[in-house]
Design a protein around this ligand. Structure first.
Ligand SMILES: NC(=O)c1ccc[n+]([C@@H]2O[C@H](COP(=O)([O-])OP(=O)(O)OC[C@H]3O[C@@H](n4cnc5c(N)ncnc54)[C@H](O)[C@@H]3O)[C@@H](O)[C@H]2O)c1
Length: 307
């Protein structure tokens, strides 16, 4: 496959597939080659501190042989603006990008990051006509990382040993799957008890609220979120490029899981070279199932409004 050949021909492949080619456009849709050149130079100046890789400015023609294309272009969330309000602005941008992208490459896996990521992933899948698994969104990977960080902080344990998921919409209706959350196999409630936390229900709810509202509070403080999402996208890209079959809560088209059908939501999924290879049915409590279905209904209503 073309994609494999491109990935395997560079020694720095393990983390950087086929070089990095930023394509920037102005908000009016015109090319911004100078900005792309500046970004490329800025990143290249840090390469000697990392691993060899090749970064340059490019255009759509350069995407011909790419195996993974990440779309993070779009209008940014303004203070107080919901992700849903962003939709109409980003829909136009996505559509213009896909027209040009699919004209040169129909084999790549598309990773959508622009918000509202679940709705835009649905649109990207419909507009591109690519196989469902080849179009995925960053979903609740970042939210799950935020959850692990906060649980780790509050319980005094390495966040990498916290096993829990945020699922559903990347946004206001997302939910924490507490029923199966654990610290390296120890049930979360038991772990709280062992560490002397008496009101774990309140503590966990407070953590969930912080996760759900994290983007709003960071945007309020500094205008946009950069670093957490950057690391989350790097992790998803790594799983695809290295064909890892990793379990990550990315967004994809859900077909019949948990009674949800025909919309895109973030659920734990096996991610590898072909994008989403399977969506996992992790156990949910009845309350969590109801919350997930509620999140799905909100997405569905929104998508129907757009037609
Ligand atoms: N999924 C997540 O968890 C998550 C997290 C953070 C940000 N985001 C989203 O990512 C998107 C980008 O955020 P940002 O902070 O990088 O914004 P930004 O404004 O810094 O960058 C957006 C870029 O998109 C480019 N662009 C605009 N229209 C384009 C077009 N038609 N073709 C090509 N490029 C175009 C602009 O030139 C700009 O460089 C936003 O939608 C934001 O909400 C998602």
């Amino acid at each position: 496959m073309r994609r494999n050949r491109r990935w395997l021909c560079r020694r720095d492949l393990r983390l950087y597939p086929c070089g990095v080619r930023p394509v920037f456009r102005s908000r009016s849709g015109g090319h911004e080659p100078k900005k792309a050149e500046g970004e490329a130079a800025d990143i290249n100046h840090g390469v000697s501190f990392a691993k060899p890789c090749f970064v340059r400015a490019g255009g759509y023609a350069d995407l011909t042989e790419c195996g993974l294309i990440i779309i993070a272009a779009g209008a940014n969330q303004k203070p107080g603006e919901t992700r849903i309000e962003l939709l109409s602005r980003n829909r136009v941008i996505l559509s213009s990008i896909l027209d040009q992208l699919t004209a040169v490459n129909r084999d790549a896996v598309l990773l959508i990051v622009s918000n509202p990521v679940d709705v835009l992933t649905c649109m990207a899948q419909q507009l591109s006509g690519l196989p469902a698994g080849h179009v995925l969104g960053s979903g609740t990977v970042l939210d799950t990382a935020r959850l692990k960080y906060l649980v780790g902080q509050r319980l005094g344990v390495d966040s990498r040993n916290v096993h829990a998921f945020i699922i559903g919409e990347h946004g206001d209706s997302e939910l924490a799957v507490w029923s199966s959350a654990n610290i390296s196999g120890v049930d979360l409630d038991d772990y709280c008890r062992i560490t002397g936390i008496t009101d774990s229900t309140n503590l966990l709810h407070h953590i969930y609220e912080n996760v759900r509202d994290a983007a709003y509070s960071i945007i309020e403080s500094k205008g946009a979120t950069y670093y957490g999402i950057g690391m989350a996208v790097r992790r998803i890209a790594e799983a695809i490029v290295r064909d890892e079959h990793s379990v990550l809560p990315v967004t994809s088209l859900i077909q019949g899981h948990y009674g949800v059908d025909g919309i895109c939501l973030g659920l734990p999924s096996i991610v590898g070279r072909n994008g989403v290879e399977a969506v996992l049915d992790i156990p949910l409590s009845p309350a969590e199932l109801a919350q997930l279905q509620d999140s799905a209904s909100k997405m569905k209503a929104l998508i129907e409004q757009l037609h």
